[in-house]
Design a protein around this ligand. Structure first.
Ligand code: AMP
Length: 191
């Protein structure tokens, strides 16, 4: 089983690159942001709970997020591997993911971070906001808050995996194909 964490700030291109990786390596894509948006669009209790946090650019509480992630993973007992996109975003989420995968007899093969500078990210997200229909992509203050939370809560997850020899980063600037090339090279270097 090859389990990858696709990492990086909001707007770094994780979703775009995940689409390429799932195809190439036959992995199941789990994006917690997409899962929350699906729950919201169906107005489920989980969606209602997540909505206020997402609109403010804040993280949904770990207990809610981890439970949702676990349910989704458990729906795919025959998966060849997973690509986690937008998860884990906190150290407790990383610990929960490791515990879950250990209980399945597997582990994270590697975390790959897409490195993109802050101003580029803000511009990309605001541009995406013109068509994505996402309220959290439209307002610059909310976008900057998401980036600040990324730095304080999420960036430590990179160090957590790096200390286990599993943290990798690649340049997230360039064409979709160039970045996909860099990602493939990194995936293939994982033991
Ligand atoms: P994303 O689509 O990954 O940018 O996520 C959009 C929003 O969903 C985030 O700003 C959070 O409010 C929420 N969210 C997504 N994934 C997580 C997570 N792993 N932990 C907490 N909140 C999350």
């Amino acid at each position: 089983m090859t389990n990858l964490v696709l990492f990086g700030p909001p707007g770094s291109g994780k979703g775009t690159q995940a689409a390429f990786l799932i195809e190439k390596y036959n992995l199941i894509h789990i994006s917690t942001g997409d899962l929350f948006r699906y729950e919201m669009s169906n107005d489920t209790p989980l969606g209602q709970e997540a909505k206020a946090y997402m609109a403010k650019g804040e993280l949904v509480p770990d207990s809610v997020t981890i439970g949702m992630l676990r349910n989704k993973v458990e729906k795919h007992p025959d998966a060849q591997g997973f690509i986690f996109d937008g998860f884990p975003r906190t150290i407790p989420q990383a610990e929960a993911l490791d515990a879950l995968l250990t209980s399945m007899g597997t582990e994270v093969a590697g975390l790959i971070s897409l490195d993109v500078g802050e101003e580029e990210i803000v511009q990309r997200i605001l541009l995406r906001g013109q068509t994505s229909g996402r309220a959290d992509d439209n307002d610059e203050a909310t976008v900057r808050k998401r980036i600040a939370i990324y730095k304080s809560e999420t960036a430590p997850v990179f160090d957590y995996y790096q200390s286990k020899g599993k943290g990798h980063s690649i340049n997230g600037l360039g064409t979709i194909e160039e970045i996909a090339e860099r990602l493939s090279a990194t995936v293939e270097s994982l033991s």
